[in-house]
Design a protein. Structure first.
Length: 157
C-alpha cells in the first residue's frame, strides 16, 4: 500500500508481478478491506510506490512492472496489452482496441475485458472511450475516469 496525493492505493503482488491494484481512497482501511486482507507492507518495492506517487500528482509515468494476470483469458490479455500501448494523455475507442487485436466488431467484449481489469492505472483502461467520444464505463466510476483523463491531457508532453 502506498499513500499518494489522491489517496491510498493498495498493491497486491505475487512472485510473478502485480496481481491487483486499487484506485485511490481516502481511507487506508478501505484499501485493506477491498483487498480482503488485515495488514499490508507499506513499501511496495521496486519503485512502484514512487511511480504511483508521481503519476497521481500528474507526472507522466511509464509503468513497466511485471503483472500477474493469472486467471485472465487470452482475449483479456490481448486487450490489456493493447491498452498498455496507449500513450499517456491519449485515448482510443473500444472499437479501435478490438481492431488492433484482430477482433473487429468485438468492442463490447473489449469493454467487458477492461471492466475486469485487476490493475487499473498499470493497465490504463481509463484511456479507452466509446466510439462517439463518450466515457463508457470505469471500475472507479465516471468521475474518476474524467479526473484521470483531464490530469493526463493537461500534463502530457
Amino acid at each position: 500500500m502506498v499513500e499518494t496525493a489522491q489517496g491510498w492505493v493498495g498493491i497486491e503482488a505475487s512472485e510473478q508481478g502485480v496481481r491487483r491494484l486499487t484506485l485511490p481512497t481516502k481511507n487506508r482501511n478501505s484499501v485493506l478491506t477491498e483487498l480482503g486482507i488485515e495488514e499490508q507492507d507499506l513499501s511496495p518495492g521496486s519503485g512502484l510506490g514512487d511511480r504511483l506517487r508521481h503519476y497521481f500528482v500528474g507526472q507522466p509515468v511509464v509503468f513497466k512492472e511485471g503483472l500477474d494476470l493469472t486467471g485472465t483469458t487470452d482475449f483479456q490479455k490481448q486487450v490489456y496489452e493493447a491498452a498498455c500501448r496507449i500513450p499517456y494523455g491519449e485515448t482510443r475507442s473500444y472499437g479501435q482496441l478490438a481492431e488492433e487485436i484482430g477482433r473487429p466488431g468485438a468492442a463490447r467484449a473489449v469493454g467487458q475485458a477492461l471492466g475486469a481489469n485487476p490493475v487499473p492505472i498499470l493497465i490504463p483502461c481509463h484511456r479507452v472511450l466509446a466510439s462517439d467520444g463518450g466515457l463508457g464505463g470505469f471500475s472507479g466510476g465516471i468521475k474518476t475516469k474524467q479526473k484521470l483523463l483531464a490530469m493526463e491531457k493537461k500534463n502530457r508532453k
